[in-house]
Design a protein around this ligand. Structure first.
Ligand SMILES: Cc1cc2nc3c(=O)[nH]c(=O)nc-3n(C[C@H](O)[C@H](O)[C@H](O)COP(=O)(O)O)c2cc1C
Length: 155
């Protein structure tokens, strides 16, 4: 079955409340991962400096339906479709929705990588996707890697 990979960016509308913004992002990702797992979507959610970057992979209709729901979500705005391509295989196979969230330590190498990837998005979306995939593989503290095994990881 042909696979579609969709990439979009958006601006967060989350405000700190009982939960911090980062905790709210983690909750969004957790719920989204559960739903994605039910419908066969895989992907990545990046949160950096108030901006979301998300990659969704799956069959064409499911990716489209998921993106339509996401577009209506009031927790973010200015949703911009950056890239939608047919691919032979999934890059994020095994991740219902991996999350990479900017940490509190603004000097961390991951934060720098994530900020830099935003500039790549507008120049070469495909390379930006590959770069994000590399960052993901380089991390050892992923909460959702691989699908269904998150609870075996410490923390
Ligand atoms: C930044 C962001 C990313 C999201 N990613 C997904 C996702 O990958 N899959 C998904 O089903 N919902 C995702 N959601 C949640 C959807 O927008 C929506 O709230 C959820 O699917 C429930 O939709 P429903 O109430 O129409 O059933 C995301 C929301 C936000 C704000």
């Amino acid at each position: 079955m042909p696979i579609r990979r969709l990439l979009y960016t958006s601006e967060s509308r989350l405000k700190p409340a009982a939960l911090t913004v980062e905790q709210q992002v983690a909750a969004i990702a957790r719920q989204a991962a559960a739903r994605n797992s039910e419908v066969g979507i895989t992907g990545l959610l990046v949160f950096v400096e108030g901006q979301f970057i998300q990659i969704l992979e799956g069959d064409s209709d499911t990716v489209e339906a998921t993106f339509e729901r996401i577009c209506c979500d009031f927790r973010h705005a200015q949703v911009k479709l950056v890239d939608l391509v047919a691919v032979k295989e999934r890059l994020f196979d095994g991740w219902d929705l991996a999350l990479m969230c900017e940490g509190e330590d603004s000097g961390s190498p991951l934060d720098e990588d994530l900020r830099n990837v935003r500039y790549l998005l507008g120049i070469n979306a495909r390379v930006a996707v590959e770069r994000m995939h590399e960052y993901l593989l380089g991390r050892s503290d992923m909460p959702f890697t691989p699908a269904g095994q998150g609870e075996q990881l410490p923390g």
